[in-house]
Design a binder for this molecule. Structure first.
Ligand code: HEM
Length: 281
């Protein structure tokens, strides 16, 4: 049982057709295992979080009680993208587990919503938000190594507080960018294989081999998203992370949480910082 289903083209060439859909179970089980192992780790083995450095009292008192974290535009993007993502996963995979319905139309409509929301997000993040805040920097990597060393019982300095996003969130974002762009770009091309009122159907846009590879990439990124979304939802509902989830609804974080987890030098919220400008975007 391979991970790709093959067929023979009219010219006798072996071409990939799509992924083998048992991979959806591989992804779902991998996601589930991650949740279980993480929950056991946190419950029985993880040490209490500790951070180096403290905010001077004068600066701390200048931090508002509710620290702005996500502008309305950013929150709307997040929830529209989430709705499209769930619709895409449901329409793609229910038929593969035996629930038959005319899924393709709902699927590409949700695909266009996801595409529009991602394009909006790229422009918004590039010109209105602090673009650099979501990509790992040197301090994140140094602290990541320190945390790993401390978790495995080695001696290492206490890691510092993070900027707006901790390293884990940045790494997750990078992976979801790769998977999201893969399904988005391949999906838009795949629309020319199905009947839509938008494009004239043109299944000859690419050769069989290119189409096959495109379906395989779409499928691989798609099944990968099952595990990625499971992990995302798991963290969103973990008790200690609910404060972050709430900020994606209401837009703000409590001052105590901000001062404990974030370094005001790396994520300034007073004065005319990029973040403050972002909140008015
Ligand atoms: C979470 C994101 C997505 C997932 C999990 C997903 C998953 C899938 C899967 C498993 C298939 C079946 C592929 C096959 O039979 O080999 C498929 C087909 C398709 N997808 Fe997606 N997809 C996603 C996003 C998108 C996007 C963003 C678009 C369009 C912009 C799109 C457009 C299509 C189209 C048109 C087909 C049908 C192709 C055909 O039947 O010939 N998908 N998708």
């Amino acid at each position: 049982m391979g991970i790709i289903d093959w067929a023979t083209s009219p010219w006798g060439e072996d071409v990939p057709v799509h992924i083998s859909f048992f991979l959806l179970w591989v992804s779902a089980i991998a996601g589930l295992l991650f949740l279980i192992i993480h929950a056991i780790w946190v419950r029985y083995f993880a040490k209490a979080e500790a951070f180096a450095g403290a905010t001077p009292p004068a600066l701390a008192s200048s931090i508002p009680a509710k620290v702005p974290r996500h502008s309305l535009a950013a929150r709307l993007f997040h929830w529209i993208m989430a709705a499209a993502m769930f619709a895409l996963l449901i329409t793609a995979f229910l038929p593969k587990v035996g629930v038959q319905f005319p899924w393709v139309t709902y699927h590409w409509i949700a695909g266009l919503v996801l595409t529009a929301s991602i394009l909006f997000h790229i422009v918004h993040a590039s010109f209105w938000l602090d673009f650099k805040s979501i990509w790992p920097d040197k301090i994140d990597l140094q602290d990541g190594v320190r945390r790993l060393q401390r978790a495995t019982g080695k001696n290492a300095p206490v890691p510092r507080r993070s900027g707006k996003y901790p390293l884990e969130n940045k790494m997750y974002h990078a992976v979801i960018v790769l998977a999201g762009l893969s399904v988005m770009i391949t999906g838009v091309f795949m629309m020319s294989r199905v009947r839509t009122p938008i494009f004239l159907r043109n299944p000859y846009l690419f050769g069989d081999m290119t189409w096959g590879m495109m379906y395989v990439l779409h499928g691989l990124a798609g099944v990968g998203l099952i595990a990625l979304i499971m992990v995302h939802v798991y963290f969103a509902v973990r008790p200690e992370k609910l404060v972050i989830t709430k900020s994606m609804v209401f837009g703000t974080l409590d001052r105590d949480h901000y001062l404990h987890h974030h370094d005001p030098q790396r994520w300034p919220v007073t004065g005319s910082s990029p973040e403050e400008r972002q909140m008015t975007a």
